[in-house]
Write a protein that binds this ligand. Structure first.
Ligand code: G3H
Ligand code: 13P
Ligand code: ZN
Length: 314
């Protein structure tokens, strides 16, 4: 099926509007009924555009048939501006598969490959996707999954501004994910004082004015969830996210898509841990999953309103 048959839109118009009006469109990851319900409820409540991000491993977890059922169940209307997007697709086949399934947007992440290989693969994906009116994001630079400072310096490489301009020109992609100091997961930093490289972002913006940029690894890892998780038996003691003030600043730049997954994972886990430990007699999963949906919806509404500033943009 085509993405428009599901009522989805590609990300081109939403990112252009975000760029022009200085806000960011949230891309929240989903992998089951609960995460999807929370994201959609929050987007509808706030009248925000939203990108539903699905990783390759999340696709495998749900299976194509179940995923198609969930996509149908959203009952999206084009007036709502809901995009469904492959997050970190690694191969042309993975991107083709998502497009053939009805995705309206794909990310090809060949950032671990050489510059030339990254260009070639991203260009091939863009050619295929554009024949289907699907938007394409690619990545240049490497985000680290950090454990300590050494890992960070060895695994991260910031996006080179000159290379970014060449890359966009050579690939024909629609948006570019850049590395300016964020990383995936809930252990992003030693302290919330660590600064994103706005100087690099500024240089990229100079070379690519009016081009949509994307920030991955942008969870702020709310301390309230970490406290609940640790109070109710968890051990996420060194969790640390990106300082919210910096993310608010990011949303006003040419970064017009901000990716968040970990914050929802933490909200989900906090809710389930708290309910199960507080009431040892509970055995109906709906009792704790309802709470998980509530926590995730709340954090999505909060981030849409305060971090992305995408509330009431549709
Ligand atoms: O950026 C990666 C996302 O957080 C997805 O992670 O592959 O575990 O679903 P995942
Ligand atoms: P976080 O781990 O910071 O939520 O990043 C998610 C992400 O970048 C998904 O692509
Ligand atoms: Zn990512």
């Amino acid at each position: 099926m085509k993405f428009s048959d599901f009522g989805f839109v590609n990300t081109n118009e939403m990112l252009a509007d975000a760029l022009a009006n200085k806000y960011a469109v949230p891309a929240f990851n989903f992998y089951n009924f609960e995460t999807l319900t929370a994201i959609i409820t929050a987007a509808r409540k706030t009248h925000s555009p939203v990108i539903l991000a699905v990783s390759e491993s999340a696709m495998k977890y749900m299976g194509d048939d179940m995923l198609l059922g969930l996509m149908t169940g959203i009952c999206a209307s084009p007036a709502e501006q809901i995009a469904i997007h492959l997050d970190h697709g690694r191969t042309l086949d993975a991107c083709k598969h998502a497009i053939d399934l009805g995705f309206s947007s794909v990310m090809i992440d060949a950032s671990a490959k050489s510059f030339n290989e990254n260009i070639k693969l991203s260009r091939d994906v863009a050619k295929y996707a554009h024949r289907h009116n699907v938007s394409v994001e690619a990545e240049l630079g490497i985000l680290s999954g950090i454990e300590d400072e050494n890992t960070k310096s060895s695994n991260s490489s910031y996006t080179d501004p000159d290379a970014a301009a060449k890359f966009v020109d050579a690939t024909g992609i629609d948006s570019l994910a850049i590395a300016i100091g964020t990383s995936h997961g809930p252990y992003k930093c030693k302290s919330a004082d660590e600064k994103l490289r706005f100087d690099i972002l500024n240089e990229i913006e100079k070379r690519l004015p009016d081009f949509p940029l994307v920030l991955h690894g942008a969870s702020n890892v709310p301390q309230e969830f970490i406290d609940i998780i640790n109070t109710y038996g968890g051990k996420l003691h060194d969790a640390c996210g990106i300082d919210e003030k910096q993310l608010k600043r990011v949303a006003k730049t040419n970064i017009c898509k901000i990716n968040v997954d970990s914050d929802l994972r933490l909200a989900f886990t906090a809710a389930v841990r708290k309910v199960l430990q507080s009431d040892p007699y509970i055995f109906n999963p709906r009792d704790y999953l309802t709470k998980a949906i509530k926590y995730m919806t709340k954090i999505c509404v909060y981030e849409i309103t305060n971090k992305m500033k995408s509330k009431n943009k549709i």
